[in-house]
Design a protein around this ligand. Structure first.
Ligand code: FAD
Length: 393
């Protein structure tokens, strides 16, 4: 196989690249290889329906198994790409095989950041893949009390699910507000309100200390000499780009695989997309790494367009989070210190709809909303137009 495309990672970025190659008319070999034992599935469902309802993987698949055969994409699950050589365009697989590629797409995603000295264990849970989610659901079914470390997107969603399942939930977050890296403070305060209204004991500005795992409980030391005690601790302290393979292939990596506007890495014939990739910021210069579903999906489609000879426009990231009965949506590149133009009362009951346009130095950077999807879509359109205008200049 010399002209084929090998895609590493069966997440949404890799899967979408494979699907878009076929819909775009590519008739060479397409091989999608993933360490995960399952066919591509919707990862966001893990912290929602899988935790709450035990949704089986079959119900979360991106496409039914037969679809991949129908479109002629070879999917190899439970197989890791262990290394290779970009000079000879070869990759090696954990099952002993090696493949030659015409183009290689790295869509290796992210990994849940682990706390040093705290590996996963029955009373210590992380959440990234289907096995993590079913393991966590089982433990939540037994646990009366849970400590969640981190009030980011995943920590907040886990806290929401655990509270809905009837557990006593304590969230410990060193930052002064939830989702501090994603949303400005006034919105963080609304999110804190949501958690507290649901009965969550939200400890903000608290850095957890020593974590002690005992056979029947877990304790987390907190400043002042006390300790929190629960049946289970869930560690949700962010994710890191999975750059292990890129490093073995000697690609340029700096908190993500560095790519240009066309998702090309530092090696010829190798592209990278999704959570693992650090892409150029189309408006502000510099680079950014998106960590949301739609961005990974859009980048997967865009890299297929590149491989088919096109020149896709830069994508505008957007994402959502379901927590405590509300749907939070964000688009673009909002940041904590942005100025806000708010429609809706920020001091209203915490699940009432609002829409906030975010500005920096007088320019639109993005938007954050609750229950206002139409306005959010409009801001994505506006940002796309600004990008087109910037590209045309
Ligand atoms: C629990 C959870 C809930 C989320 N909820 C939301 C949400 O509500 N909204 C939202 O916008 N985003 C959400 N996200 C984020 C979103 O799911 C991710 O941004 C998106 O899935 C990234 O897709 P990806 O394809 O880039 O990477 P991933 O989905 O991480 O897929 C990468 C795959 O590559 C595999 N891989 C890595 N290295 C190798 C190798 N060497 N060989 C073979 N395979 C390899 C990995 O095993 C993995 O399966 C959530 C994430 C999590 C974990």
């Amino acid at each position: 196989m010399t002209n084929g495309v090998v895609i590493v990672g069966t997440g949404v970025a890799g899967a979408t690249a494979a699907l878009a190659l076929r819909t775009g008319g590519f008739d060479g070999d397409v091989t999608l290889i993933g360490r995960d034992p399952h066919l591509p599935y919707r990862r966001p469902t893990l912290s929602k329906d899988v935790l709450l309802k035990g949704t089986p993987v079959e119900k979360a698949l991106l496409k039914p198994a037969a679809h991949w055969d129908d479109i002629g994409v070879t999917v190899r699950t439970g197989v890791t790409v262990t290394g290779g050589e970009t000079a000879t365009r070869t990759v090696e697989l954990s099952d002993g095989a090696s493949l030659t590629y015409g183009s290689l797409v790295l869509a290796t995603g992210g990994i849940a950041r682990e706390l040093p000295g705290l590996p996963p264990a029955p009373r210590v849970k992380y959440l990234r893949d289907f096995a993590d989610a079913t393991g966590l659901r089982d433990e939540l079914g037994r646990a009366g009390s849970v400590i969640v470390l981190g009030a980011g997107l995943i920590g907040s969603e886990v806290a929401s699910a655990a509270a809905e399942l009837g557990a006593t939930v304590t969230v410990v977050e060193p930052a002064p507000l939830p989702l501090v890296r994603v949303v400005p403070p006034s919105i963080g305060r609304r999110l804190a309100g949501l958690q507290r209204d649901a009965g969550v004991d939200l400890l903000l500005g608290v850095r957890p200390g020593q974590i002690t795992v005992e056979p029947d409980q877990v304790s987390v030391a907190v400043p002042g000499g006390g300790a929190l005690v629960a049946d289970l601790v869930v560690v949700a302290v962010g994710s890191s780009p999975d750059t292990g393979l890129a490093e073995r292939l000697a690609l340029r990596v700096d908190d993500g695989i560095l790519v240009d506007e066309q998702y090309r890495t530092s090696a010829e014939g190798v592209h990278a997309v999704g959570d693992c990739a650090r892409v150029p910021h189309p408006l502000e210069g510099g680079t950014y790494r998106a960590e949301n579903w739609s961005a990974a999906q859009d980048q997967g489609a865009a890299v297929a367009q590149v491989l088919l000879g096109g020149t896709p426009a830069p994508t505008v990231p957007w994402g959502w989070s379901n927590q405590f009965g509300a749907v939070l949506q964000f688009a673009g590149w909002p940041a904590a210190d942005d100025e806000l133009e708010v429609d809706g009362a920020m001091d209203a009951a915490s699940s009432d709809p609002f829409f906030a346009r975010c500005h920096r130095d007088g320019s639109l950077t993005g938007a954050v909303a609750m229950g206002r999807p139409k306005e959010l879509r409009a801001v994505r359109g506006e940002l796309s137009e600004r990008i087109s205008a910037a590209v045309a200049r």
